[in-house]
Design a protein around this ligand. Structure first.
Ligand SMILES: Cc1ncc(COP(=O)(O)O)c(C=O)c1O
Length: 421
């Protein structure tokens, strides 16, 4: 064991290289495309939105892409498209960003939270199966931090029970599951293009599908301006009003996203090289578990990087003190920033929508409440997660120092225990 004074106790920091976690990467190309649109005066309606949709559909090999003003709108449109109605149940993980689940409420549906796989951090197909009831209308899954969900299992369940699957691919642009791009395996794929995502529009989102009816319903919900261009006449009578939402993408956002898409694969590859190198270096260090990647998937996006803290191997050092020691070494690490949704006041109280809706609406078929202890794997894993940002620009020297910092702290736990006695 190497004895080295921890930086927390006045020793030298392990991480000394300065690094800018610069994201997003915006170049002169995006700037000039935005300026072109501005010069044309196309600041509300522009063909650049359609062009971006066509590029995104071609990248995924799907028939339809519908650009949206954000990812939350894409998910609401998806829930509406597959027919989530008052009282319908939709299975969704609790460990995800809130916008994966709250659009269910926008359709007056009832989220039924499912547990996660402790290795991939994605929705656990076994638990999805357990949560199916006669009232289940859809399943929404998130490809967490770029790792694709176990889609074959999920699609099998969906087929068996004749329910729809919505993929939230907002962390995982360009990720591949057994040869198929995420977002194309379920009935609908939704992506956020918000400014921190693996490809950005500033604020924006996009929905993809091969299903004409789902596409038409999504258009009818939030894009009155496109209704007259729909392939069928079904929704044309609503062309003046749509269904009351306005979800179209800003042309300047589309101009940015169109350029970003061209560089997506290259930038994912840059992250992959860094993060696989980091994972290799962290593998085998006592007390931590770097992210797992199933052999038949290619992570995409790598939105952020998660490490598990293993208290059984860290001899009485709490996650918070472990993190403090790493931060003192110069590591940009923190606890998990996403709360578990089932424990949030919105779901615990279930009254923000007024009169207890949708849980107590006329159509709710069974009483649904959310308790601590409902999702043992999510709750255990969540209390152990530690987050690092993605490293995009080449930074081997820095990554070596990060690996050294983890080794230094775990090899000198006795100092930490004494410091926090
Ligand atoms: C998994 C996931 N889903 C949905 C969203 C919502 O996207 P937006 O912020 O573009 O509305 C986000 C954004 O952080 C997300 O991380």
């Amino acid at each position: 064991m190497k004895r080295e004074k921890l930086a927390l106790l006045g020793g030298r920091k392990a991480v000394v290289t300065k690094h800018e976690f610069k994201w997003p990467i915006i170049t002169e190309e995006e700037i000039s495309e935005v300026v072109k649109i501005m010069r044309k005066g196309e600041i509300s309606i522009s063909k650049v939105v359609k062009e971006f949709e066509q590029d995104f559909a071609a990248y995924h090999g799907v028939k339809y892409a519908l650009a949206q003003n954000n990812g939350t709108a894409a998910l609401h449109s998806a829930c509406f498209a597959v027919g989530v109605e008052p009282g319908d149940e939709v299975i969704v993980p609790s460990y995800t960003w809130w916008a994966t689940a709250t659009p269910i409420l926008s359709c007056n549906g009832i989220p039924i939270f499912c547990d996660i796989d402790p290795k991939t951090l994605c929705a656990d197909p076994q638990d999805i199966r357990r949560k199916i009831t006669p009232y289940t209308k859809a399943i929404i899954v998130t490809h967490m931090w770029g790792h694709p969900c176990e889609m074959d299992e999920i699609m099998k369940i969906a087929k068996l029970y004749k329910i729809a699957v919505i993929e939230d691919a907002s962390h995982a642009h360009g990720a591949i599951y057994k040869g198929r791009k995420v977002g194309t395996i379920g009935d609908i794929g939704c992506f956020s293009l918000q400014g921190s995502k693996p490809m950005v529009a500033g604020e924006g989102g996009i929905l993809i599908t091969n299903n004409q009816e789902y596409y038409e319903r999504a258009v009818a919900l939030g894009h009155y301006e496109l209704i007259n261009e729909l392939p069928s006449d079904k929704y044309k009578k609503y062309a003046h009003t749509g269904l009351g939402w306005k979800y179209r993408m800003h042309p300047l956002a589309a101009a940015i996203a169109k350029v970003q898409l061209k560089y997506l694969d290259e930038r994912i590859e840059m992250r992959r090289r860094n993060l696989e190198y980091l994972t290799m270096g962290l593998t085998g260090i006592r007390g931590i578990r770097p992210p797992y990647t199933a052999p038949y998937v290619t992570r995409g996006g790598w939105y952020e990087y998660r490490i598990l803290y293993e208290p059984e191997e860290l001899q009485g050092v709490s996650r918070e003190n472990f993190i403090k020691a790493l931060q003192a070494e110069g590591v940009k690490i923190d606890t998990e920033r996403y709360p578990l949704l089932h424990l949030e006041p919105l779901f615990q109280e279930r009254n923000l929508y007024g009169k207890g809706c949708p849980w107590s609406c006329l159509y709710a078929k069974q009483k649904v409440t959310y308790q601590k202890g409902d999702l043992p794997v999510s709750e255990k894993i969540h209390s152990r997660l530690m987050s690092l940002p993605p490293f995009t620009l080449p930074c081997r020297e820095l990554l070596d120092q990060y690996i050294k910092a983890f080794k230094k702290v775990t090899e000198n736990l006795h100092q930490l225990r004494q410091a926090f006695l």
